[in-house]
Design a protein around this ligand. Structure first.
Ligand SMILES: Cc1cc2nc3c(=O)[nH]c(=O)nc-3n(C[C@H](O)[C@H](O)[C@H](O)COP(=O)(O)OP(=O)(O)OC[C@H]3O[C@@H](n4cnc5c(N)ncnc54)[C@H](O)[C@@H]3O)c2cc1C
Length: 461
């Protein structure tokens, strides 16, 4: 069987490796061509090495509760490199009214799991007592009837505007890089979709007691490197963009910027807009559904201060910024406290700007504005020594209302022998990208492993 994988982000790489393993287990010869348009593998996962410490310019960690990224790291021999955040990182802050206020324990995605979390938020001046009481009464409200409301609609209606805007919105925007007004509640928070009460569902949610996030000591790029190493001997192409698809007997011809690739099956793990362009001719209905998935930009900034420049102690993982604060920065991580293995004498702050307005600013203005905002909050005696930034024009797919139906329509209209994977479909985080890549690859291999001619012959016609 010949498998072409389009897109060498974590979804495509994890998918390619899963296909190799599944084919080996099925006793079916497999040849993979992996087509990646950029000059490096990894997509959004990108660790810069060579400095004092590695810098992750995309994701810096992944959720531990979703096991697929951790398990993959372990299978690839990186188990010893998995690191949990430092103990002080349990504390996080909210910037509200120009002041950092500790976020109370007992919040999940900003949703309070009961009275202690709400009382904590009142004590810190994040919400008033009336707002806390309103949220406490949420379990008495009737369940959601609307077909596919946004996160903002559900949370404002059920928890009240203050809790929705000051607690839920900063956390949800931090994860999805998109405002809750744009996000489908069901798709973004599927674990709450059928719940009668958000507060009760959060109160009953199992707690592992372990770390919420994990990273890899050398940076998440180590996962990419290990996946590429596991694919040694396969045809891995960089700076090679897939441009079109056509039927080739029972298989496919992929037109790329460096020639044609022929394959029996295709795993498309490029972003939805790129998948849509590829499928335009071969599966127009599928392409139309995929083209409806919008993306939002992000900018990641690294601010390096000299030792002693910050008067504010770095006693937590960092802070989220309440929407009403304005400004360009939406969240900051205090790198050395969140990840003690990355601590340096001169403190580093990773800031994220997710609003389209911030993305529209020039690099110089963005650097200056972010440095001004962070320095004010951190009571800096001097400005940062260095501010570097990386732009992600299409950082995050938007799980807008109708997303699940759009994805289902795309899947239904997919031609046989073609599968989709990646952040656009069923979870934006690294673990879900790994999972969708693996599942799609295993489905394709299983389908071909049942066909006698593929079991005995590695190469197609
Ligand atoms: C700034 C930022 C911070 C994040 N933080 C976190 C975090 O802390 N934790 C977490 O779990 N997740 C985080 N995420 C989300 C997560 O990193 C991504 O959703 C995930 O890495 C996407 O993986 P993917 O393989 O689906 O897509 P991508 O990484 O986008 O890979 C797709 C690949 O396809 C290639 N491609 C596109 N078009 C073509 C074509 N025509 N032909 C060939 N190749 C093509 C692209 O070059 C790219 O390499 C973050 C994302 C960003 C941007």
């Amino acid at each position: 069987m010949r498998l072409a994988v389009v897109g060498g982000g974590v979804a495509g790489l994890a998918g390619a490796r899963a296909a190799l393993v599944a084919a080996r287990d099925a006793g079916m010869p497999l040849r993979i061509t992996l087509i990646e348009s950029a000059e490096r593998f990894g997509g959004k996962v990108w660790t810069e090495t060579g400095g004092e410490t590695p810098i992750d310019w995309g994701p810096d960690s992944f959720l531990a509760a979703k096991p697929w990224a951790r398990e993959l790291a372990e299978e690839l021999g990186l188990g010893g490199e998995l690191v949990a955040p430092g103990p002080a990182a349990r504390r996080a802050y909210l910037l509200l009214g120009g002041r950092l206020r500790p976020l109370p324990p007992g919040l999940a995605m900003g949703i309070p799991a009961g009275a202690p979390a709400l009382l904590g938020a009142v004590r810190e001046g994040i919400i008033g007592p009336a707002s806390a009481l309103r949220s406490l009464l949420e379990p008495l409200m009737p369940g959601e009837r609307r077909e596919d409301p946004t996160v903002a609609e559900v949370c404002r209606r059920r928890l009240g505007r203050r809790v929705a805007d000051r607690l839920v919105a900063p956390l949800v925007s931090g994860v999805f890089g998109v405002a809750p007004e744009e996000l489908s509640f069901r798709t973004a928070l599927p674990m709450l979709a059928g719940a009668r009460s958000l507060v009760l569902a959060m109160a009953r949610a199992p707690r592992s007691g372990g770390p919420i996030f994990l990273t890899l000591r050398p940076g998440l790029g180590a996962l990419v490197d290990a996946l590429v190493a596991a694919l040694e001997g396969e045809d891995l192409r960089l700076e090679c963009a897939a441009e079109g698809l056509a039927r080739d007997g029972d298989g496919w011809r992929v037109a790329t910027t460096s020639g044609e690739v022929r394959a029996d099956a295709l795993l498309i793990a490029a972003p939805a807009f790129a998948a849509a362009r590829l499928l335009e001719g071969a599966a127009p209905e599928c392409a139309r559904a995929l083209a409806g998935i919008r993306y939002r930009p992000s900018v990641v900034l690294h601010l390096q201060y000299d030792a002693g420049a910050l008067a504010r102690p770095l006693d937590g993982s960092g802070y989220l910024v309440a929407g009403e604060e304005g400004g360009v920065v939406s969240a900051c991580s205090w790198v050395g406290t969140k990840w003690p293995h990355l601590a340096t004498d001169s403190p580093r702050i990773r800031a994220i700007a997710t609003s389209p307005e911030a993305f529209g600013l020039s690099d110089d203005v963005l650097r200056e504005r972010a440095a001004g905002e962070v320095s004010r909050v951190m009571r800096a005696r001097r400005g940062p020594e260095e501010v570097r930034l990386v732009r992600w024009p299409e950082a995050m797919p938007v799980y807008a209302p109708g997303h699940a139906a759009r994805v289902a329509a795309a899947e239904r209209a997919l031609p046989a022998g073609v599968a989709l994977a990646g952040a656009a479909y069923a979870g934006v985080g690294v673990p879900d990208c790994v999972r969708t890549g693996q599942e799609a690859a295993r489905r394709l291999v299983a389908r071909f492993a049942l066909t006698p001619r593929f079991r005995t012959r590695g190469e197609g016609p």
